[in-house]
Design a binder for this molecule. Sequence first.
Ligand code: SAJ
Length: 415
Amino acid sequence: MGISTVGVVGLGYIGLPTAAILAANGVAVTGIDVNPETVGAVNRGEVPFVEPDLAGYVAEGVSSGKLTAALAPEAADAYIVAVPTPFTGDHKPDLSYIRSAAEALAPALRGGELVILESTSPPGTTRRMAEWILDARPDLSLDGLDGRPVIYFAHCPERVLPGRIMVELVTNDRIVGGLTPEGAQRARDLYQVFCQGEILLTDAATAETAKLVENSFRDVNIAFANELSLVADKLGIDVWELIRLANHHPRVNILQPGPGVGGHCIAVDPWFIVDAAPEEARLIRTAREVNDAKPRWVLHKVVDAVADLGATNPVIATYGLAFKPNIDDLRESPALEITTEIARTLPHATVLAVEPHVETVPAEFAGLANVRLAGTQEALEAAQVHVLLVDHAQFRALAGPLTGKHVVDTRGMLR
Ligand code: SAJ
């Protein structure tokens, strides 16, 4: 059975690009979201967040009639679930969005559909999603037992890099893990519509874990770099020079230290492995702890720099609030955390936050009278201590003006 209609549940950073790319390849797509503003925006051909090239795809999909949005699932040949999987305060996965999506999908099913989970998930989540759906629809089944129509399930984790989503959706290889072999094959057929990379078939739990392992691998490597930055600081060595030299070895490839690890993926996903195997995942847990501790270490460096200065009412400039360069995304951002913690720890200081990608004052600044957004020029002129937190392209020009000033450089930008 060919797939000509698809429902994409969750119109966020992954769901909307996936819906748009399917529509661009001739599939009739309904994007489903519980937020009426998102549904309204998409139906007008608008994109509610910034991602290069996405706006053109969405506008084209809506005007061609291939892409529409709705608040509740409608009948379709296949569904892709792309809803958030955050963690709770104690680092346990929160699957409530997947459960809600499953319960919303169940009434729309007739039998024979394919349901794909794309959300990054702990091992076993695709099976749980299937159970939630089949519990709500005991007239359907996973295996056709007792003549009940079959629903096919698969996990296909997204691996696209924000900022390059529309390119990487097409060019990246994809892992497709079926709850049954037929589920995997049907999912492969769907991704082949737009994916030019290799499509690798496996079972659902392996696919779920592979995605977590990819982000944990990066987290462990960055934690190694961040640990080296502490060691090098103690030894009076330039960590960026150290890593640059070590990386000349043909089998060494250390990533870069920074103010900590942010975003909604690398700072979250490793905890799902720790939760699934707490006794065994010691290195993965430690990497998370090393990276999460880095903002506090930077804070102490700033406090020391201010103390060295001896000023009673110092002005401190922080450059960058986003979680990584050249984007406006503040989620789980160590730069934002450091900026607010400087303001909290040094109530007599004035903190000028320079973030060229952000115009609205972050909610985290609420209740802190001594921190505000400022322009680069004002910060350069007014501050006695300068804290470089994000290597935005705009900040490359700071090397000259900051020469000879008190600088805490968390990204090696002034080297
Ligand atoms: N970072 C460093 N040093 C480095 C590289 C990154 O400190 O050398 C920091 C960044 O500043 C940022 C954080 O790590 O705070 C994460 O940034 P990132 O660019 O490494 O990754 P994300 O979170 O934007 O996207 C990752 C990607 N995963 C991998 O590269 C293995 C992406 O392919 C995934 O699709 C995405 O997670 C996801 O959605 O899971």
